[in-house]
Design a protein around this ligand. Structure first.
Ligand code: APR
Ligand code: PHB
Length: 393
């Protein structure tokens, strides 16, 4: 058994774990990141790409914003397509000048890995059998296997940034952990194609046939989604069938502008709302998808991870540099307050735009009335806009 020690062990080398490691390293706090997959596998994941102002600020603070500033696009609004027309949500006007940055999560993760390399940050890939030990009795440590050898790392704190399927949340005893979950009766079939995005801003579409979303990664890389039943399989959808269904869900003036092309990625993601409480247990702190999942409709997944990391990195720095544990003691309550508001918004936007199998004619009319009210009320659009750009940390 090889033993070592560090100040903070971070389980998970996704965006949450990497961003926290980078911010702590720059403040002089030592970390070790343990990642199950290879770097190539992590960077092969296709995820959303709408960054809130708060996340953009954290990436700047972490020193990883150069490529985002060059290749990202600042978006000052987005559109909702309904009843055959496009209505725009003016983020600038509704939020006193706030906007969002469109820049793929994969690129954020790549920038974080590059920054970790430049700083000599330690990220171990191919880690197996991670076990969290002694979380509440004074000698927290992590056991794991790496490169065929057994390891033990003692740490002051352990951060579970290992996603929804990770080991960290499951290390909190059943009598302590509370889980809240809402499953949606449909998924999103997503396609990535090397085509010109149909519009310069995102289009969220409500249609009787189901939800659709027109997004992008850059001026030559489009990302489209259509709502599909959970029984669907991605490989059962030809590209032609996808493009045809997408067009049917968009206003004519938009559908006939769609540039089609071969899909370079095609997958179905289920939709779920999930929150685990508390986000701290002894020396263990949960962050990102390890603690919560949102339906992708509001593009809050990575942005919620960011606010967790904002609170947690400050609390850890205060502890190690000022011997002040106030931030850590208040982390779970503070993070969860923002998590639940984002869960509410993501649930609301999902209900606004998707067709649910059990919707009655009355439900359909009420859903349309919600949209009619939205676009007849400055106040309603302000509520949507302030949640979309991100509530304050
Ligand atoms: N040991 C080590 N690493 C693990 C383990 C484990 N037992 N279990 C999972 N991991 C790794 C995964 O391989 C993954 O790389 O933890 C990482 C968790 O990363 P994400 O799932 O991307 O979660 P997070 O970093 O919180 O990022 C949240 O990702 O899923 C999207 O929508 C979500 O945009 C949001 C973002
Ligand atoms: C994406 O570009 O993948 C995307 C954009 C906005 C969303 C969800 C996904 O709400």
């Amino acid at each position: 058994m090889k033993t070592d020690s560090t100040q903070v062990v971070i389980i998970g080398g996704g965006p949450s774990g990497l961003l926290l490691s980078q911010l702590l390293h720059r403040a002089g706090v030592e970390t070790l990141v343990l990642e199950r997959q290879s770097r190539a596998h992590v960077l092969g994941r296709i995820r959303a790409g709408v960054l809130e102002t708060g996340l953009v600020g954290l990436l700047r603070k972490a020193g990883v914003s150069a490529r985002m500033d060059q290749q990202g696009a600042v978006h000052h609004g987005f559109h909702i397509a309904h009843q055959g027309r496009l209505d725009r949500i003016d983020l600038d006007a509704r939020t006193d000048g706030q906007s969002v940055m469109v820049y793929g999560q994969t690129e954020v993760t790549r920038d974080l890995y590059d920054a970790r390399d430049r700083m000599g940050g330690v990220v171990l890939h191919g880690v197996e059998d991670v076990r969290l030990c002694n979380l509440t009795n004074g000698q927290p440590h992590v056991l794991f296997r790496h490169a065929g050898a057994a390891h033990r790392v003692d740490a002051t704190f352990i951060v579970g940034a290992d996603g929804f399927h990770g080991v960290s949340r499951k290390s909190i005893p059943e009598g302590v952990l509370r889980e809240y979950e809402k499953l949606y009766p449909f998924g999103w079939l997503g396609v990535l194609s090397e085509t010109r995005p149909v519009q310069s801003e995102l289009i969220y579409a409500r249609h009787d046939r189901g939800f659709a979303l027109c997004s992008m990664r850059n001026p030559k890389l489009s990302r489209y989604y259509i709502q599909v039943p959970l029984s669907e399989r991605a490989d059962a959808w030809s590209d032609a069938a996808f493009w045809e269904e997408l067009r049917r869900r968009l206003p004519e003036g938009v559908a006939d502008q769609i540039e089609t092309g071969p899909s370079i990625e095609k997958s179905i993601a289920p939709l779920r709302s999930f929150v685990a409480e508390p986000m701290r247990y002894g020396a263990l702190f949960l962050a990102g998808d390890a603690a919560h999942i949102v339906p992708p409709t509001g593009a809050k997944g990575l942005n919620l991870a960011a606010s967790d990391i904002h609170y947690l990195h400050q609390g850890l720095i205060d502890y190690f540099l000022q011997n002040d544990s106030t931030g850590l003691d208040g982390y779970s309550e503070r993070a969860l307050a923002r998590v639940w508001k984002a869960e509410r918004f993501s649930w609301w936007m999902t209900c606004l735009l998707h067709q649910f199998p059990d919707m009655s004619p009355a439900d359909l009319r009420l859903q349309q009335a919600e949209l009619d009210y939205l676009f007849s009320s400055d106040a309603a659009q302000t509520v949507l806009a302030e949640n979309y750009v991100g509530l304050p940390y």
